[in-house]
Ligand binder design. Structure first.
Ligand code: GTP
Ligand code: SPV
Ligand code: MN
Length: 589
C-alpha cells in the first residue's frame, strides 16, 4: 500500500501505468531526502553548490535556455464550455487536452524516478487551506516545492485524515523539454492540472500559479471566496498598531519589493511586516471582516535588481538556504551574481553567464527573470502572523500596474463597486516574467490576466457580490510607482513607497487627506509625508493629478474592453465606467 488514501493510490497507479517510471518515491520532506535530491542535480551538473562560507546551503540551478519564464500561449483552461473560460483564457476541450497529454506522457518518465509530493497550501491547521499532490519526474521541482509549500509527511497525514479526493491533482513531467510538447493544462471540473515538457517555476511548481490561482479562482467562485495574485503586508505605525493590506500588481511589477519594504530613515516608528509576496486567499469571516492567508510558505522572487539598497530584506533573505535559478556565477569565489547586485562591472569579474558559458559582456549575465527560492521565514521582516490559521483582517486592498503615463501615484476608490472597477481596468506594461513581448501595455485586471481561470465578467461579478455580504470590507486603492518623464522614473519608489502606504493608513483612519475627482479620490498635496525627498512641485503635480481628456479616452478603451467578453457582460462595471466618462466630460479641463 502506497498511502492510506485509496483515491491517491489509484491515481498514482494510473499515472505510473501511463508514464512508466523506473521507480516511485513518496516524498516525506526529510533532510536525507533533500540531500539525495540535491546530490542527483549536482551529479548531473544541472546544479552547482555555492560558496558555503558566503552563501551557506545555497545552490545555483540552470534551466534549459528555452524554459525560463511562464508560457502563457501554451497555458490552457479545459472546461466543458468555451465561454466559461472566457476570451481572457486559451481554451481546449477536456477530451482533446487529455488525448494530447496522454500521447505526450506515454512512457515519458521511463528511466526516471516518479516523485509523489503531497502538499498543503496555507497553514496546516487553517480552515482555508487546501491540499494537493504533485506527481513529477523533476528533482528540481520537488526541492522547490518543499520550500514553497508545506509538503511531505505532514501534508500526506492531512490528506489521509480528510480522506477521499480532497486534493488537487497535479501531474508534471519534463518529458524532453521541447517546446512542441509543452502544455500547461487546467481541468477545473476535474480538480486536475497537467504540465508537460517544462521545468520553469510557474509552469512546473504546480502548487503556485496553477493550483493557488487558476484552480483556486474556480473553487473560490463556487465557494464564495477570492484567490488573488496579491502580496500581504502589515504596516506598523508609530503608535504600534498594525494595519494589514493586500496588493495586486502584475508579474514583475513590485509585489516582492513592497511586501518587504524597509522604512526610510525619515519615517521613524514605521515598519513593514511581510506575510506573503505573491498570492493571497481572501475569506469573509463570520463577522464580515475580510481575512487574508498566504497559501505559500516560500518566496520565488526575481533576482535582478535586488541589492542591499533597493531591497535590504530580500537581499538578506537569500544569503542562506536558497536555490538560485539562472543567475550568473562568479568563478573566483563561487558566489552568485546578477545585474543590480552591486556596482561592479560584470566584465571585470570571472563570470559564467546564466546559460553556463563564460560571460562575454554581451547581454545580461543573469537572466532578467532569474529567480530565488527561499523560505519566507528567512526574510528579516517576516511576520509570524503568516502562520495564523485564521489569517489577518485586511484594512486595505491595493491594485496597481506599471504605467509610464496616465495613472496617478495613488488614488482611493469611492466605494467597493468603484474599487472593483479600478481593479478591473488596471493595465500594465508587460515584463520578463512571461515569454510575451516586453513593455506593451495590456489590460491586466486585478493582476489576474494570466491566472483567472474563468470569464473575467463572471469574476468581476463575483468580486462585486461581496458588497452585499459585509459592512466591514477593506477600502480599495490604486497605485502606480512607474510614472516616467524623459524616460526616467519620477517617483523614487522602493522604500519611499511607505509614504504612500502611510497615506493609505491615514485614510483608513478617516483622516481628511483627499479630494474628490471623477476617477477617484486623490491626495491633497500636503497630505503625503515627503520629508527629505527633494521632489519638485511640478513632479508632484504630475504624480498627484489627472488629465480629464486622456481619462475620457481611457474610459472609451475600458468600455471596449468590458464589451469584449462574449455573451457575458458585467453591467455594473459598464455602468460605472459610463458614469465616470460622463462626469469627465463635464469636468473643468
Ligand atoms: P513576480 O514575482 O513576477 O510576481 O514579480 P513581483 O510583482 O514580485 O515584482 P518584484 O518585486 O520582483 O519587482 C519586479 C521589478 O520591479 C524589479 O526589477 C524591481 O527592481 C522593480 N521595482 C519594484 N518596486 C519598484 C518601485 O517602487 N519602483 C521602481 N521603479 N521599480 C520597482
Ligand atoms: C509570476 O510570474 O507572477 C511569478 C513567477 O510570480 S511564476 O512562478 O513563474 O509565476
Ligand atoms: Mn507573481
Amino acid at each position: 500500500m502506497l498511502t492510506k488514501n485509496i483515491y491517491l493510490n489509484s491515481w498514482i497507479k494510473e499515472v505510473s501505468d501511463l508514464t512508466n517510471p523506473k521507480d516511485i518515491h513518496i516524498c516525506t520532506g526529510s533532510i536525507e531526502e533533500e540531500e539525495t535530491l540535491k546530490q542527483i542535480l549536482l551529479n548531473s551538473k544541472d546544479m552547482v553548490k555555492l560558496n558555503p562560507e558566503k552563501y551557506p546551503n545555497c545552490y545555483l540551478y540552470r534551466s534549459n535556455p528555452n524554459d525560463v519564464a511562464r508560457t502563457e500561449n501554451l497555458t490552457y483552461i479545459c472546461t466543458s464550455f468555451k465561454e466559461e473560460a472566457g476570451p481572457n483564457n486559451n481554451w481546449m476541450s477536456p477530451e482533446e487536452a487529455h488525448k494530447k497529454a496522454n500521447s505526450i506522457l506515454k512512457n515519458s518518465m521511463s528511466g526516471r524516478t516518479m516523485y509523489v509530493l503531497p502538499y498543503v497550501m496555507g497553514p496546516l491547521s487553517s480552515p482555508y487551506s487546501k491540499c494537493g499532490v504533485e506527481i513529477t519526474d523533476s528533482p528540481y521541482v520537488v526541492l522547490n516545492m518543499l520550500i514553497m509549500t508545506r509538503a511531505g509527511s505532514q501534508a500526506l497525514e492531512k490528506i489521509e485524515e480528510i480522506g477521499g479526493d480532497c486534493f488537487t491533482k497535479g501531474l508534471h513531467s519534463i518529458v524532453d523539454l521541447s517546446i512542441e510538447k509543452r502544455n500547461i493544462l487546467h481541468f477545473p471540473e476535474e480538480n486536475l492540472i497537467i504540465s508537460t515538457s517544462t521545468g520553469y517555476g510557474g509552469n512546473a511548481l504546480l502548487g503556485k500559479k496553477c493550483h493557488s490561482l487558476r484552480i483556486g479562482s474556480w473553487q473560490a467562485r463556487q465557494e464564495g471566496w477570492l484567490a488573488e495574485h496579491m502580496l500581504i503586508l502589515g504596516v506598523q505605525t508609530p503608535d504600534d498598531k498594525i494595519y494589514y493590506m493586500a496588493a495586486a500588481f502584475p508579474s514583475g511589477c513590485g509585489k516582492t519589493n513592497l511586501a518587504m519594504l524597509k522604512a526610510p530613515l525619515e519615517m521613524k516608528g514605521y515598519k513593514v511586516w511581510t506575510l506573503g509576496d505573491d498570492i493571497a486567499w481572501l475569506h469573509l469571516d463570520k463577522d464580515g471582516y475580510l481575512r487574508a492567508i498566504n497559501p505559500e510558505a516560500g518566496l520565488f522572487g526575481i533576482v535582478p535588481g535586488t541589492s542591499e539598497k533597493t531591497n535590504y530584506n530580500a537581499y538578506h533573505s537569500i544569503m542562506k538556504d536558497t536555490i538560485f535559478t539562472n543567475v550568473a556565477l562568479n568563478l573566483d569565489d563561487m558566489t552568485p551574481w546578477w545585474e543590480g547586485k552591486d556596482d561592479k562591472d560584470p566584465r571585470s569579474m570571472n563570470l559564467v553567464d546564466w546559460k553556463g558559458n563564460p560571460y562575454t559582456g554581451e547581454g545580461p549575465a543573469a537572466h532578467p527573470n532569474s529567480r530565488f527560492t527561499t523560505s519566507i521565514k528567512n526574510c528579516p521582516s517576516y511576520s509570524s502572523m503568516a502562520e495564523d490559521p485564521e489569517g489577518v483582517v485586511l484594512s486595505a486592498i491595493i491594485f496597481g500596474g506599471r504605467r509610464e503615463q496616465l495613472t496617478p501615484l495613488v488614488m482611493e476608490a469611492k466605494n467597493w463597486t468603484h474599487g472593483v472597477f479600478l481593479g478591473a481596468c488596471a493595465a500594465s506594461e508587460t515584463t520578463a516574467a512571461a515569454t510575451t513581448k516586453i513593455g506593451v501595455v495590456r489590460r491586466d485586471p486585478m493582476a489576474m490576466k494570466p491566472f483567472c481561470c474563468y470569464n473575467f465578467s463572471l469574476y468581476w461579478n463575483h468580486w462585486l457580490s461581496f458588497k452585499d455580504k459585509s459592512l466591514h470590507l477593506p477600502k480599495i486603492f490604486h497605485v502606480n510607482w512607474f510614472r516616467k518623464e524623459n524616460s526616467k522614473f519620477i517617483w523614487p519608489g522602493f522604500s519611499d513607497n511607505l509614504r504612500v502606504l502611510a497615506w493609505i493608513v491615514d485614510s483608513c483612519n478617516g483622516k481628511d487627506n483627499k479630494i474628490y475627482t471623477p476617477i477617484g479620490f486623490l491626495p491633497k498635496k500636503d497630505s503625503l509625508n515627503l520629508s527629505n525627498m527633494n521632489i519638485s512641485d511640478t513632479t508632484l503635480d504630475t504624480l498627484l493629478s489627472f488629465n480629464p481628456t486622456l481619462w475620457e479616452k481611457e474610459c472609451s478603451d475600458i468600455l471596449d474592453y468590458f464589451s469584449s467578453f462574449g455573451n457575458y457582460k458585467c453591467d455594473t462595471l459598464i455602468k460605472e465606467c459610463l458614469n465616470i466618462k460622463e462626469e469627465l466630460q463635464k469636468w473643468d479641463k
